[in-house]
Ligand binder design. Structure first.
Ligand code: NDP
Length: 623
């Protein structure tokens, strides 16, 4: 390993370099000793060196560095003020090259230079150096106000980054800052795409002095900067981008290095990537992260899936950066092997889709059924929060309802066409393929799809004038109960899917722990979730809990009344309606599926089972 201790004159490069070399038991070299005599004479006379003067000097240093790295490594003190100089120094260096920049105020530097005796450098050149120096994004930067021992210790502790992160988008930036705040030394990388050349530099320039983050636009240098075996988070757009990043990383990774995909990847892709990378000796984990930009920055809910032994390597990082529950435990728990972390995140997002739609339906019922204005709806939602039915989504809904721009409500100006990115529809696709029902979630996805048909809806609205009643007789209190019931059913559906998928795949996902890590940091955190974390310790599922059962039975009539009134008043409430239909079906021992079986057997000889026939299948001649 080669350490370059750099900085302007007077920053203490030689003092620190010598001490560091002593501690590391490797040779120390002072870059100034490698200057040709002509350069030394020029400096002594107070004339600054130009780039032409420096070139042979830097090339000579680079030649020596290549030799040093073949032996024990070395510490080199060298000003390395500009990127051009650093490129010459780093050219062809194979092993880790640790850049340490000593940084201090002009006053302190001046004071130290004036105190020096018998040094050939004139303090008058300090200004020119300070104007020239461009601090690199990838260096460890240490404040020269610290004592030499403190500086050396800091360099020793932080010479390699504990963790790497690829993708400085909305989530990646926030996660990197969160890790740096918790004292982890982080290396970050972002590709250089046209028009985005300064992403890494801008990110590093905006860091607080206490945040140790090194920024790279070269993948090999990024990987070299990491402790071995390397732990690398990738936070890039799901799909092709993940595979592209993995492929470009692979040539620089060694056996045992770990890639953790923290984006919203499909759980089956994660399972496949885990297997493929294992063949190359590379560990892979799929980890769900929820909480949006703010969550990632200050404490998300984290759902890691993969090899449990390998997870231990990053567990301290994830636990420290995650949100904390009411008992101050991390909102991060090992979910299970393979793609289980991403599966649980997918269901989290599915629950989120339906919760958002339920609140949107409640808003629509209050607006169109109860003729309430935005402020009244916000006031009503606030009473729900106060009565113990609070959630993050409800809280932001109150703020959204009250938000005004230029004196008018912003919400009223927003086009009623909902977008989506994928995890909701992945849940529905999973439901259809696996036979595990996700009724409320699928309905919420389809409600967004119908909303997106804005032009067609407008056309059909003018084509039809369907009769409806204006007399909406359910109350806001009954609506609150209806929403609560729909929410409980929606959570039951989501947790049941996790339970069934986990059983099928031997993932052994702990439902209560899953609910616990969703009590803070994530988008679906709520008072109900806190209760579920407790209830699911002893209950097989959400609706099986005695506490939930009591509330479902209490709210049942209200849900029916709200839905029947909504139907009579022509107010669409698809997810609340689906929650009732699911509840009616799941609690009904007899459904009309006997007729469906008979029809299938009639036209397609698909056979059927009989109530009195055990496991046997029958076929009838129906004509
Ligand atoms: P952004 O669009 O803000 O950032 C995407 C990042 O991926 C950028 O750094 C981008 O680089 C990089 N990238 C895209 N394509 C490639 C590629 N082919 N090769 C290399 N890098 C690439 O997305 P987010 O940060 O919002 O999301 C990242 C992941 O996190 C996604 O999977 C998302 O679903 C998930 N997520 C997002 C949440 C959110 O609230 N935003 C919440 C939870 C998870 P460049 O800048 O050069 O284009």
């Amino acid at each position: 390993m080669i350490f370059i201790v750099a900085g302007v004159s007077g920053s203490g490069k030689s003092t620190i370099g010598i001490k560091l070399a002593e501690k590391l038991k490797i040779p120390f070299y002072d870059g100034d000793d490698f200057h040709p005599e002509a350069n030394k004479a020029k400096m002594k006379s107070g004339t600054p060196l130009n780039d032409e003067d420096r070139k042979p000097w830097l090339e000579n240093l680079n030649k020596n560095m290549r030799e040093w790295e073949q032996k024990k490594g070395a510490v080199l003190a060298c000003s390395a003020l500009k990127e051009d100089y650093r490129e010459i120094l780093a050219n062809g260096i194979r092993g880790p090259l640790v850049w340490v920049f000593l940084k201090g105020t002009k006053e302190l530097l001046q004071e130290r230079m004036e105190a020096r005796k018998g040094h050939f450098f004139s303090p008058a050149l300090l200004d020119s150096q300070l104007q020239t120096i461009v601090y690199p994004t990838y260096s460890l930067t240490v404040d020269i106000a610290l004592s030499p021992d403190q500086i050396v210790n800091k360099i020793m502790e932080n010479s390699s980054s504990e963790i790497g992160l690829i993708g400085l988008g909305v989530m990646g930036r926030s996660l990197a800052l969160n890790m740096a705040d918790k004292g982890f030394v982080v290396s970050v990388y972002n590709r250089v795409a046209p028009g985005e050349e300064t992403i890494v530099k801008d990110f590093i320039d905006a860091l607080e002095p206490n945040q140790q983050v090194r920024g790279y636009t070269s993948l090999p240098d990024f990987v070299k900067s990491l402790k071995k075996p390397a732990n690398i988070i990738i936070m890039v757009s799901a799909g092709k981008a993940v595979d592209q990043v993995i492929e470009s990383l692979k040539p620089y990774l060694a056996s045992g290095d770990l890639i953790i995909d923290c984006g919203n990847s499909h759980f089956e892709d994660t399972g496949l990537r885990t297997k493929t990378l294992a063949e190359a000796g590379i560990e892979f984990m799929g980890t769900g992260v929820s909480g949006g930009e703010k969550g990632a920055r200050f404490g998300p809910s984290i759902m890691p899936g993969g090899n449990p032994t390998i997870y231990k390597r990053v567990q301290p990082v994830f636990e420290q950066i995650s949100a904390k529950d009411e008992d101050k435990n991390p909102c991060c728990t090992y979910i299970g092997p393979e793609g289980s972390g991403h599966f649980v995140k997918m269901i989290h997002n599915g629950i989120e889709y339906a919760e958002m739609q339920i609140l949107a339906e409640a808003y629509f019922v209050m607006k169109n059924g109860l003729a309430m204005n935005n402020e009244q709806i916000a006031d009503e939602f606030e009473t729900w929060i106060e009565s113990g039915q609070g959630s993050y989504l409800l809280e932001i809904t109150v703020s959204i309802l009250r938000k005004k721009e230029k004196g008018t409500y912003l919400l009223d100006a927003i086009l009623d066409k909902a977008g989506q990115k994928g995890t909701g529809s992945w849940s529905s696709e999973f439901a259809f393929r696996s036979g595990i029902p996700l009724n409320t979630i699928s309905e919420a996805v389809q409600a967004r799809q119908v909303s997106a048909l804005k032009n067609y809806r407008t056309k059909m609205g003018s084509l039809y004038s369907l009769s409806g009643e204006s007399n909406f007789s359910a109350t806001a209190k009954e609506l609150q109960q209806a929403v609560y019931l729909a929410t409980m059913v929606n959570h039951h559906i989501g947790f049941s899917a996790i339970k069934e998928a986990s059983k099928e795949r031997d993932w052994n996902v702990d439902l209560s722990e899953t609910a616990r890590i969703w009590t803070n940091g994530c988008i679906i955190r709520s008072e109900l979730m806190k209760k579920l974390a407790l209830e699911l310790q002893n209950s097989e599922g959400v609706l099986e809990s005695a506490w939930i059962k009591e509330r479902v039975e209490d709210s049942f009539e209200s849900l029916k009344k709200v839905l029947s009134n909504s139907i009579l008043s022509n107010i669409p409430t698809p997810v609340m309606n689906t929650s009732l239909q699911y509840l009616l079906s799941i609690t009904n021992e007899r459904l009309p599926a006997n007729l469906i079986q008979a029809q299938r057997d009639y036209f397609g000889a698909h056979t059927y089972q009989r109530l009195d026939g055990g496991d046997e299948f029958f076929h009838s001649n129906w004509e």
